[in-house]
Design a protein around this ligand. Sequence first.
Ligand code: ADP
Length: 286
Amino acid sequence: MGQAILETKDLRFRYDEEEGPSPVVLDGVDLQIQAGTFVAVLGHNGSGKSTLAKHMNAILLPTGGKVYVDGMDTADEEKLMDIRRTVGMVFQNPDNQIVANVVEEDVAFAPENLGVPPEEIRRRVDDALKAVGMYEYREYAPHLLSGGQKQRVAIAGVIAMQPRCIVLDEPTAMLDPIGRSEVLKTIKELNRTSGVTVVLITHHMDEAAQADRLVVMSKGKVIADGAPREVFKQVEALKEVGLTVPETTELLWELRKAGVDVSLDALSDEECAQELYQLLNQGVTP
Ligand code: ADP
């Protein structure tokens, strides 16, 4: 494996301690994220996911330990611009991320600030809007768009900077189910077709299940890390920290508890249905 694009080494963090010692929010996080992967970070509210995300492009700096972006120490002030160019961030609320009155102007905003030549900006804006499926809306006023469409414009604004990695902090939290699925599809396509490394912070199991790798956080620590299929099998451990598992895993787990010999491997609805179908064919009544 090559060098990790994102790496945390014994990362520890507390918020401002001016008013006395504040609680530890990140408590020794060690992660290596390889370029081109799609990683989901799952955890209960307050588990430190957002704080971790903000360390990935130097919005926050460690209280202890290190964070490296493509080998650059985020505490190195001279590297700040390069770090921000390497890792783009997308936040929860698209309204806070859109700055212009026309979609294409909004997407052009960041590259313009970087001094990218005009012809290059035109190409980047068109490519970015096509990549998120919003090219037809390039001349729209953002406020006329749905939440999901606005969030896709915000993602286009980030990819117009051509980052190698995108960290999305609960980008679907404010969206309806259609907006959620549009945004998730966009993120997956970006990863698959352009090879952009994706870190998706979420508390939705169904979103986390679609990643290549799933990191579960609780109380500032990583408590599980692996392929979603493997992580979700640890049903007891996840329940202990207040997380549920996908309904498919839950159903199979309940069957196992009742003494039925099923595997917990099935994650998609189809796989789960297949597992149950086989049981019925064997004459077992769930
Ligand atoms: P998550 O994203 O998993 O919900 P956060 O990283 O937002 O978790 O928060 C982790 C902990 O840090 C919580 O206890 C939260 O109250 C605290 N926290 C978050 N932001 C701040 C802040 N700006 N100042 C002080 N404490 C904060």
